[in-house]
Design a protein around this ligand. Structure first.
Ligand SMILES: [Zn+2]
Ligand SMILES: [Zn+2]
Length: 327
């Protein structure tokens, strides 16, 4: 499925097959989760997409062939291909373990063709083995919802009372890890979205309610996954002095102005950008210990536009997964 023009639906076609160059892997895609970032790319809210583009960056695939110099990826091995697709390795950020901030970084399903396809070519240095406990469909959401969720959770610090704004794919994974760590989850959803509030309680939230209500007690930290700027002042009001608000999305509508007093008291607002390979190693080790269970809604690859529409409309419980028909 190909994006030719942002703002228009994906077109059912393929791009010419690319053979793996030095350091690259060619793999057969078996599942690709649909991330909110894909929506931002398809809708043109992220302006630097390669065009035409195959979206998708939560890819589970089987190695078909490797280019020169690739070791440790035998044919048939299952790999995960995440959002971070390439970094320069030499800039100050890369050298300091912050490759997520590399200004030369290239991203899967954005500047590199991704997983809404039956084949993918990826840089082997950014591919991972996946925990055996997960089948392909259930493993796919670990690759972005899980990894970015994990990075957001770490950024939130170790406070016990954690608010989550927007209860979708990332939140449902973070909630499980946070509970396993002994924290309490307070879930905020769209007003009237009782289905999402129920989902959050099923995932172990101690409280769930509309994002406009204050929590029953002040929070130590909050993560905002919904791409909605007006939630940031609401989250600031919900955290205690010294508390932190983490913005976990790549794109957000403008944050409205707010009185200084809700930031006062050493409250902090921070964002999370992308992921590092270390985040992936940590999270993929922890996920089977929790164990994280992923809620999925499978779609045929040809129905990618339907999956994107369902995500846009907030109609998904868990993560949409595209699966090419087995060939
Ligand atoms: Zn760099
Ligand atoms: Zn993503």
């Amino acid at each position: 499925m190909v994006l030719d023009k942002p703002g228009q639906p994906l077109v059912a076609r393929t791009l010419p097959d690319r053979q793996p160059a030095a350091g690259e892997i060619l793999a057969r895609v078996t599942a690709c989760a649909v991330c909110r970032t894909d929506l931002h790319v398809v809708d043109g809210e992220l302006p630097e997409a390669k065009l035409p583009l195959i979206p998708g960056h939560e890819i589970v695939a089987r190695v078909l062939a490797c280019g020169p110099g690739v070791r440790g990826f035998p044919e048939g091995m299952r790999i995960g291909v995440p959002w971070l697709g390439w970094t320069c390795g030499t800039c100050s950020h890369c050298l300091a373990g912050r490759e997520n901030l590399c200004s030369e970084a290239r991203f899967t399903g954005y500047q590199i063709d991704g997983g809404y396809a039956d084949r993918v070519v990826a840089d082997a240095r950014f591919c991972f083995a996946l925990p055996d406990q997960y089948d392909d469909l259930h493993a796919a959401p670990l690759l972005c919802a899980g990894l970015i969720g994990w990075r957001s959770l770490v950024k939130a610090g170790d406070g016990r009372r954690l608010g989550i704004y927007g209860f979708g794919a990332a939140a449902h994974i973070v909630a499980q890890v946070a509970r396993w760590q002994g924290r309490q989850i307070y879930a905020f959803t769209r007003t009237g979205d009782e289905e999402a509030q129920r989902f959050a309680r099923d995932m172990g939230a101690v409280w769930s309610g509309p994002s406009t209500s204050p929590p029953p007690e002040p929070l130590d930290a909050a993560i905002v996954f919904a791409p909605v700027g007006f939630l940031v002042p609401l989250a600031l009001k919900a955290v205690r002095p010294g508390g932190r608000v983490v913005c976990g999305g790549i794109h957000m509508s403008d944050i409205p102005s707010f009185p200084y007093e809700i930031l006062w008291g050493e409250r902090e607002i921070v964002s999370v950008a992308n992921l590092t390979r270390r985040d992936a190693e940590e999270f993929l080790r922890i996920a089977p210990q929790v164990p994280v269970r992923t809620e999925i809604e499978p779609f045929a690859l040809a129905d990618a536009n339907l999956a994107l529409d369902a995500l846009r409309a907030g109609k998904l419980r868990g993560a949409a997964i595209l699966a090419p028909s087995p060939s």
